[in-house]
Design a binder for this molecule. Structure first.
Ligand code: SIN
Length: 536
C-alpha cells in the first residue's frame, strides 16, 4: 500500500497546477492513465480567457459568462473565478508559459499580450500562444512537475474505484480514504491511501461518436465519483463545438473558434453566409446557437458539412496566427488561405460534472474535483469559450488551499481506518474483446443519434433503455473477467452516458446546450434549476 499526502488523478492543467502547489506541503502522486501529456488541455487551441486589457473589466467578463450560461451560472462562482484570473495567469507566466505578444499602437515599440476574441466575448480577452495554447501550458507545467522531487508521476496507471469509509463499513462520516489503481504494465491493482484526493480527469467527449476530444476523455472522474455517492449535476449540458474538421481521415480535429474571432465566416455549400439568420453576432454567436444553426442548415440542405471561410484575410496572417490549423488542414489537402474549411459540430466540453463548491470540495469529505470533471457553477447551461483553462487554474489554487485547511495532516482517526487490498478473485482474461469494442461503438453511436444537439423525450427514453442493458452486460464483464483499461473505460463511458441521459430526461425545458423539440421553451418558473443526482 502506498501513502501520499495528496493524490491527483489526471494530468491536465488543473491536476498539474494543483500538484505543483501541493508539493510545497507534502508528497504528491499524479495518477494518469496514458502518458502525462495525453490530456484535453494539451489539445486546447483557443486560449485562456482573462481580463487583461484596460479596455476590459471583470464586470464585462462576468456578464458575458452569465449570458452564455443561459440563466444557470452560479454568479458567485463566476465572479470569484473571473476575479482570480490575472493572478493565476501571472503565476503561469512566471513559470515560463509564453503567450503571444504584439506591438502596442502608441508607436513606442513596446509590446503587450495579444488578446484574441471568441464567440460570446464582448471584448478581446483570450490569451493565447498561436493556436496551440494548451500544448504550451501543458509542457511548461509538466517540466515544472518533472523538476519537483515531491511529485511522483505514475503514468499508465488508471483509477479503478475510490475507497471510502462507507464502503469499508465504518459508521463515521463518508470520507474518501484512497483509490484502487490498475497498473497497466503489471496488470495488478495497487492500493493508494491519502487524506486529500483530487479528481482532475477532464471530460467525456468520447461518449459521442464525433468529438474534438482525445481518446482519454471517457468520463472517468464523473463515473468513479458517482459510484461512491458524490453529487453529479447538469450532465445534460454537453457543449458541441461548431467547427470540427470534416474529412474522412481527420477525426477529432478542432478548428479553433479563434478563426471566427479573426473574421472567419460560416457559409453553406453555395458559399452563402448563413449565421446572420440566426443571431445578431452571426458567426461569433455563442456556441450553442452556432452549433444548432449548423445542424439546422445541414438538415435543411442535406449537405454533410458547412464551410468556414477565412480566405479574405492575408495569407501570412493566417499562417502566422493559426500554424497548427493551417498545417493540419494542408496535410488533408486543404489550403485554408485559399479554400474554405469543411466543418461539422462535434462533442467538445462537459459543462456539468461532479458538484463542488468554490474550492473544488465535493459532498464526500477529502474528495475534490477540479477542471472539466467538476461542476462549480461557472458554465451554467453553456460554457463561454476559453473559460475552462481559467477555471482549471483558479480551482486548482483554491482546492489546494482548502485541502490544507480542511484535512489535517494524517490525524489519528485517519490511521485507524484499515484499508483492504484489492481482491481479484478467480477471474480469467476476457475471452471476447469484440464485445468490448462493440459496446463501446454502440454507446457512442446511440449517444450521437439520440442524445445529440437536438433531443426529444422519445429518443432520450430509447437511449436510457439501451444504456441500462449495456450497463448490465458491462457489469457482468467487470465481475467475471480480469480488468483492463479498455474494460474500465467502457464501464465509465456507460455510466457517464447514462448520467447525461438521466439529467436530460429530468430537464423539461430547452436551455443553453439542452435543446428538446418536446419542450422548446425555457421554463423560468421551474426551481431548483440544476439537475443534481446522487446514487445513494
Ligand atoms: C477553441 O479553440 O475553439 C476551443 C476553445 C474552448 O473550447 O474554450
Amino acid at each position: 500500500m502506498q501513502h501520499y499526502d495528496f493524490i491527483v488523478i489526471g494530468s491536465g492543467v488543473a491536476g498539474l497546477t494543483f500538484a505543483l502547489k501541493a508539493a510545497a506541503h507534502g508528497r504528491v502522486a499524479i495518477i494518469t492513465k496514458r502518458a502525462p501529456a495525453d490530456s484535453n488541455t494539451a489539445w486546447a487551441q483557443g486560449g485562456v480567457a482573462c481580463v487583461w486589457s484596460t479596455e476590459d473589466t471583470f464586470e464585462l467578463h462576468v456578464q458575458d459568462t452569465l449570458e452564455a450560461g443561459a440563466g444557470l451560472c452560479d454568479e458567485a462562482a463566476v465572479r470569484a473565478i473571473v476575479g482570480d484570473g490575472p493572478a493565476r495567469i501571472r503565476e503561469l507566466i512566471d513559470l515560463g508559459v509564453h503567450f503571444d505578444e504584439r506591438e502596442t499602437t502608441d508607436g513606442t515599440g513596446a509590446h503587450e499580450l495579444d488578446l484574441g476574441k471568441e464567440g460570446g466575448h464582448s471584448r478581446r480577452r483570450v490569451l493565447h500562444f498561436r493556436d496551440t495554447t494548451g500544448r504550451e501550458i501543458e509542457h511548461t507545467l509538466l517540466a515544472a512537475v518533472a523538476a519537483n522531487a515531491n511529485i511522483t508521476v505514475l503514468e499508465r496507471h488508471m483509477a479503478v474505484d475510490l475507497i471510502t469509509s462507507a464502503k469499508l463499513g465504518f459508521a463515521a462520516e463518508n470520507r474518501c480514504l484512497g483509490v484502487y489503481v490498475l497498473n497497466e504494465d503489471t496488470g495488478e491493482v495497487e492500493t493508494f491511501r491519502t487524506m486529500r484526493m483530487v479528481l482532475a480527469t477532464g471530460g467525456c467527449g468520447k461518449v459521442y461518436l464525433y468529438t474534438t476530444n482525445p481518446n482519454i476523455a471517457t468520463g472517468d472522474g464523473v463515473a468513479i465519483a458517482w459510484r461512491i455517492g458524490a453529487t453529479v449535476a447538469n450532465m445534460e449540458f454537453i457543449q458541441f463545438h461548431p467547427t470540427c474538421l470534416f474529412h474522412p481521415e481527420a477525426r477529432s480535429f478542432l478548428v479553433t473558434e479563434a478563426v471566427r474571432g479573426e473574421g472567419g465566416i460560416l457559409k453553406d455549400a453555395r458559399g452563402e453566409a448563413f449565421m446572420d439568420k440566426y443571431h445578431p453576432l452571426a458567426s461569433l454567436a455563442p456556441r450553442d446557437i452556432v452549433a444548432r444553426a449548423i445542424d439546422a442548415e445541414m438538415k435543411r440542405t442535406g449537405e454533410k458539412c458547412v464551410y468556414l471561410d477565412i480566405t479574405h484575410q492575408p495569407p501570412d496572417f493566417v499562417r502566422e496566427r493559426f500554424p497548427h490549423v493551417y498545417e493540419t488542414c494542408l496535410r488533408y489537402g486543404i489550403d485554408i488561405t485559399k479554400q474554405p474549411i469543411p466543418v461539422v459540430p462535434a462533442a467538445h466540453y462537459q459543462c456539468g460534472g461532479v458538484r463542488t463548491d468554490l474550492d473544488g470540495a465535493t459532498n464526500i469529505a477529502g474528495l475534490y474535483a477540479i477542471g472539466e470533471v467538476a461542476c462549480t457553477g461557472l458554465h451554467g447551461a453553456n460554457r463561454l469559450a476559453s473559460n475552462s483553462l481559467l477555471e482549471g487554474l483558479v480551482l486548482a489554487h483554491r482546492a489546494c488551499a482548502r485541502s490544507l485547511r480542511a484535512e489535517p495532516h494524517t490525524p489519528k482517526s485517519f490511521e485507524a481506518y484499515e484499508l483492504s487490498e484489492w481482491k481479484s478473485g478467480n477471474v480469467q482474461d476476457i475471452d471476447e474483446l469484440v464485445v468490448i469494442y462493440h459496446n463501446w461503438d454502440e454507446i457512442r453511436r446511440l449517444m450521437w443519434d439520440y442524445v445529440g444537439i437536438v433531443r426529444t423525450d422519445k429518443r432520450l427514453q430509447r437511449a436510457a433503455a439501451r444504456l441500462r442493458n449495456l450497463q448490465a452486460e458491462i457489469q457482468e464483464f467487470y465481475w467475471n473477467f480480469k480488468i483492463t483499461t479498455d474494460l474500465l473505460e467502457l464501464r465509465n463511458l456507460a455510466t457517464t452516458a447514462a448520467l447525461i441521459v438521466d439529467c436530460a430526461l429530468l430537464r423539461k425545458e430547452s436551455r443553453g446546450l439542452h435543446y428538446t423539440l418536446d419542450h422548446p421553451g425555457t421554463d423560468e418558473t421551474h426551481l431548483p434549476r440544476d439537475t443534481a443526482m446522487r446514487r445513494y
